[in-house]
Write a protein that binds this ligand. Structure first.
Ligand code: IPM
Ligand code: MG
Length: 374
């Protein structure tokens, strides 16, 4: 880790500002207690960027993003911007930064904290101990495939179209990330496709099979996406690492997030290719959206963002020790009964966004004391 790593903070829209503010408390704590020397700057993305500059992804944001060691993002989007043309919608800002930085591998862990096993809509015995990692391809597939658009046919009828396209190299690079992660975990990789119907995902399957020869220690299996959706709610613990294309990954990761009790708990990392200088573009963000219904009310759950910061420390700053500390603080805070509204359970203490942030800082202090005593 460099002596003074640079984290770019992009709050975005809705609850983004509130959850990033809590992550900043943790960054300050790390600088004070672990001499991490992290320095930060801020940039605009999404609806707020559109309002201020006329584009959801200003050039200045890209320039700062390219200089950052890592980016921590809140969320983008909201009803205010829904009537805008697609080209300037907040979501374009997010897709733009992913594409410009080449963030092709999106890691979405779904981990069930024991204290929350009863907050899930599924039974405790189905999800207790759950630990899945979804690797979602992030810069290809239906989201970016050409041609796309809406055209008017000669008979006056409209026709909308998007293209699901993948090249072998696009599949292989994300496949390798998934195989390597599986090697470090439970050595099981499930590739999810719709190879019975879609040619592009048949290629996906063939490429995964070809890659598996390089990873003989990983057991590769395949599943159709409809079955995978069903298996995720039926018996999610059968999965270790999942790898899938962009759109399937978008849908399945929301589903997997809910298994853990709340979308407010799930972090993510989006990684690009390491450059010659050893630097790897990386953006960390909660899986949840901007939640306009509760924005500005100090109700949002900051845990997904703070766990995203933990992933940042682990993957971009090589400080797995500090990531562990944050994750332990989350476990302790939940065990102590603190809950934001989304994960509230009978008999627990309901707290606001800022109170949850403070409770986590306190738990970090406690962990540090425990570490000293040990
Ligand atoms: C996500 C979100 C985004 C996506 C939206 C906001 C563009 O749903 O990160 O999962 O579809 O990728
Ligand atoms: Mg999504």
């Amino acid at each position: 880790m460099s002596a003074s790593p640079f984290i770019l903070l992009i709050s975005g829209d809705g609850i983004g500002k509130e959850v990033i503010a809590e992550a900043e408390k943790i960054i300050h704590w790390l600088n004070d207690h672990h001499k991490t020397g992290i320095h930060t700057d801020t940039a605009l993305l999404g609806g707020v960027a559109y309002d201020a500059t006329g584009t959801p992804f200003p050039k200045e944001t890209l320039e700062k993003a390219q200089k950052a060691d890592a980016i921590l993002l809140g969320a983008v989007g909201g009803p205010k911007w829904e009537a805008l043309d697609y080209s300037v919608r907040p979501e374009r800002g997010l897709l733009g930064i992913r594409k410009e930085l080449g963030l092709f591998a999106n890691l979405r862990p779904a981990l069930c904290f024991d204290a929350l096993a009863d907050a899930s809509t599924l039974k405790r015995e189905v999800i207790a101990g759950l630990d899945i990692l979804i690797v979602r391809e992030l810069t290809g597939g239906l989201y970016f495939g050409e041609p796309k658009g809406v055209e008017t046919l000669p008979n006056g009828e409209k026709r909308g179209f998007n293209t699901l396209t993948y090249t072998s190299s696009e599949i292989q690079r994300v496949g390798r990330v998934a195989f390597e992660l599986a090697q470090k975990r439970g050595k099981k990789l499930c590739s999810i496709d719709k190879a019975n119907v879609l040619e592009s995902t048949e290629l996906w399957r063939q490429e995964m099979i070809a890659l598996s020869k390089d990873y003989p220690d990983v057991a590769l299996s395949h599943m159709y996406v409809d079955n995978a959706a069903m298996q995720l709610v039926r018996n999610p613990r059968q999965f270790d690492v999942i790898v899938t294309e962009n759109m399937f990954g978008d849908i399945l990761s929301d589903c997997a997030a809910m298994l853990t009790g709340s979308l407010g708990m799930l972090p993510s990392a989006s990684l690009g290719t390491k450059g010659k200088d050893g630097r790897q573009p990386a953006l960390y963000e909660p899986v949840h959206g901007s939640a306009p219904d509760i924005a500005g009310q100090n109700k949002a759950n900051p845990i997904a963002t703070i766990l995203s910061l933990a992933m940042l420390l682990r993957y971009s700053l090589d400080r797995g020790d500090l990531a562990d500390l944050i994750e332990k603080a989350v476990t302790q805070t939940l065990a102590d009964g603190y809950r934001t509204g989304d994960i509230m359970q009978p008999g627990m203490k309901q707290v606001s966004t800022t109170e949850m942030g403070d409770a986590l800082v306190k738990a970090m202090n406690d962990q540090k004391q425990k570490g000293k005593a040990a």
